[in-house]
Design a protein around this ligand. Structure first.
Ligand SMILES: Cc1ncc(C[n+]2csc(CCOP(=O)(O)OP(=O)(O)O)c2C)c(N)n1
Ligand SMILES: [Mg+2]
Length: 432
């Protein structure tokens, strides 16, 4: 079966990852009680019929479900989930992400950026819903789809755009580019081009927080780390290894899966034996939860619980956000594989349109308030482009900075000597 026909088959019935009848649970983010018969036991694991039953029951009871929001609503009607200020902050952050990415597409096609550029359109509710709850000292680890995570974490649009333009004013002085956003000041610990590569880094950051608090007795160190990654990454070994360590050591981390149903042109449903990723949390002894990733308010409620748990020292959580990317995998992808009906289904659930509707219907904002934000953000993005365009390109001497391997790979010059040994090699300015 070729991928196109497979996509068509799947997309006629957009797949919901929600379990049809989720097990009820008082608080889905409360860690399951260790019910295993085998903890600390030296007994050989023999699957007698009764132990088989126990195992089955265990995975049933530790199931964490995705109706935190429903429970909250029923307990605390008729109060709204957010205040006016929070609503406007969320809206502004999502608009910034969307407008920034749309501008990136324009600049990429005008030849202002190099290499692969992966846009985040459609997924904004995840970045905003989670990152806007963080403190400055909390850390974020991203993937190659990282511009919007950086913006939500507070890295200025100028610094992100300049990085994309490869300019010295970029957050990595132009050396990282689209897939490697990093800012020490904002505790953005990197975008990573290899999938899964960021998960151990995030786990290490979370370990650092715990070590500082418990071993170095820095009592106020309650920093939390968020690790963002995609559905396609969840079949990668680093994911499983890190879930294990995080649960074992009760690390202050939230694993945030942005399940946009596709890994380049590979459907999640075709690649994964059990597509409900959140179920893998309880398998390691941590809560797993599924949330509608197109609804920023639901994401935020789940994020609050998960971040709160981590901050209180109660350990990690796995959150699966069901979302969708509105553009191709990267700007080099003509996006011909996914079925138009599937795209239309998710386009109709645009998270920004949904938030706008909620804010207006609940009198948290007027059309005019939101238009004013749109205008302000347009100016921020325009300014970022002008700033990036006018910024200087890195000097040639920057090329060998941070290169720890033998740089002889730069080749042999016409005089037969290694180019890097030519004293002029690091002089002047690089022209691309
Ligand atoms: C270790 C590794 N293997 C393969 C790739 C090639 N690759 C690039 S993106 C991608 C798909 C990732 O999909 P997903 O995790 O769902 O993230 P999304 O692009 O949907 O955000 C793959 C396999 C890679 N970058 N790194
Ligand atoms: Mg994906």
């Amino acid at each position: 079966m070729n991928s196109a026909s497979c996509a068509a088959k799947i997309s006629t019935q957009p797949f919901s990852l929600n379990p049809s009848s989720p097990t009820s649970h008082d608080n889905p983010l409360v860690s399951p009680k260790p019910t295993s018969l085998f903890l600390g036991s030296t007994r050989k694991l023999r699957l007698s019929s009764s132990s088989k039953l126990n195992l089955r029951r265990r995975s049933g009871t530790v199931f964490a479900v995705s109706d935190v929001v429903k429970q909250k609503k029923s307990k605390s009607t008729p109060s709204l989930l957010i205040t006016k200020e929070e609503g406007l902050e969320l809206y502004e952050d999502m608009i910034l992400g969307r407008a920034f990415e749309d501008m990136c597409a324009q600049m990429y096609y005008r030849g202002k950026m190099f290499g692969f550029v992966h846009l985040y359109n459609g997924q904004e509710a995840v970045s905003t819903g989670f990152i806007k709850l963080l403190k400055q000292q909390d850390s974020v680890v991203s993937t190659y789809r990282d511009h919007v995570h950086a913006l939500s974490k507070g890295v200025p649009a100028r610094a992100v755009m300049s990085e994309l333009f490869g300019k010295t004013t970029g957050c990595c002085r132009g050396q990282g580019g689209s897939m490697h956003m990093f800012s020490r000041e904002h505790n953005l610990l990197g975008g990573f081009a290899f999938i899964g590569e960021g998960i151990p880094v995030a786990t290490g950051a979370a370990f650092t927080s715990k070590y500082k608090r418990e071993a170095l007795k820095e009592a106020d160190c309650d920093h939390v780390t968020l690790a963002f990654f995609g559905d396609g990454t969840c079949n990668n070994g680093q994911f499983f290894e890190c879930l294990n360590m995080a649960a074992l050591w009760k690390l202050p981390i939230v694993f945030v899966v942005e399940n946009n149903l596709w890994a380049i042109g590979m459907s999640h449903l075709r690649a994964t034996s059990d597509p409900q990723i959140y179920k893998k949390g309880p398998a390691f002894g941590m809560p797993g939860i599924h949330v509608d990733g197109m609804d920023v308010l639901k994401v935020r409620e789940v994020a609050k619980e998960a971040i709160g748990r981590a901050r209180r020292g109660e350990g990690p959580t796995l959150v699966e956000c069901e979302t969708y990317r509105f553009r191709g995998h990267s700007l080099a992808d003509p996006d011909e594989l996914r079925d138009p009906a599937e795209k239309a289904h998710y386009a109709a659930r645009d998270p920004i349109t949904a938030l706008k509707k909620y804010l207006i219907e609940n009198s948290l904002a007027s059309e005019a308030d939101l238009k004013a934000i749109d205008k302000k953000i347009d100016e921020v993005v325009e300014d970022a482009v002008e700033f990036a365009d006018e910024s200087p390109i890195p000097s040639r001497s920057q090329l060998l900075e941070n290169v720890f391997a033998d740089p002889k790979g730069f080749g042999i010059g016409p005089d037969g000597r290694y180019r890097c040994e030519d004293p002029k090699f690091t002089e002047g300015t690089a022209h691309v």
